[in-house]
Design a protein around this ligand. Structure first.
Ligand SMILES: Nc1ncnc2c1ncn2[C@@H]1O[C@H](COP(=O)(O)OP(=O)(O)OP(=O)(O)O)[C@@H](O)[C@H]1O
Ligand SMILES: [Mg+2]
Length: 143
């Protein structure tokens, strides 16, 4: 299998289309015949990253890079950035508004879940500039 990449734009506050990028990613992996366990981990990580772009960012992109050994999901946005990454990574920490919580988001579990689903999880953020998250999932032989 050669290397495969796709990139999906994600708009701020676009709840109408929220979840589309991660659904498409899931579909791509199903069509490639990937193992259901890895598809689940990638789908959760991509979905949480996508929702954070919709809810917390000014918009950005979700990218998937597939090679024979790994799947990499990269979420990159145009701001506002995260002041305290350690705090943001804590289970239960959320700055979501009441309105967002009424929609069922804001448990403060997205970033911890992304980390849990990944073999390698990296987050970089510059306040006023944006946030970049990279999740690498290793493929075993046969995935
Ligand atoms: N891309 C981002 N840009 C700016 N801030 C972010 C971004 N992603 C996360 N954050 C900040 O980190 C906090 C924690 O994120 P996390 O995904 O863990 O929880 P949540 O989105 O608030 O709730 P949940 O994901 O459970 O619905 C957010 O409330 C927000 O303050
Ligand atoms: Mg979240």
């Amino acid at each position: 299998m050669g290397n495969i990449s796709y990139e999906f734009p994600v708009e701020k506050d676009d709840f109408e289309r929220a979840g589309e990028a991660s659904s498409k990613i899931k579909k791509i992996l199903r069509q490639l015949g990937m193992d259901s366990g890895i598809i689940r981990r990638v789908a959760i990580g991509a979905y949480e990253a996508e929702m954070n772009l919709v809810i917390h960012s000014l918009g950005g992109t979700i990218r998937i890079d597939i090679d024979p050994k790994s799947i990499i999901i990269t979420a990159e946005d145009k701001g506002p950035g995260i002041h305290d990454i350690n705090l943001a990574m804590k289970e239960g920490y959320s700055t979501a508004t009441e309105k967002i919580r009424e929609m069922g988001f804001g448990a403060g579990m997205g970033l911890p879940n992304m980390k849990r689903c990944s073999d390698i999880f990296e987050i970089q953020s510059i306040v006023g500039k944006g946030t970049k998250i990279v999740m690498k999932m290793n493929l075993k032989d046969g995935d």
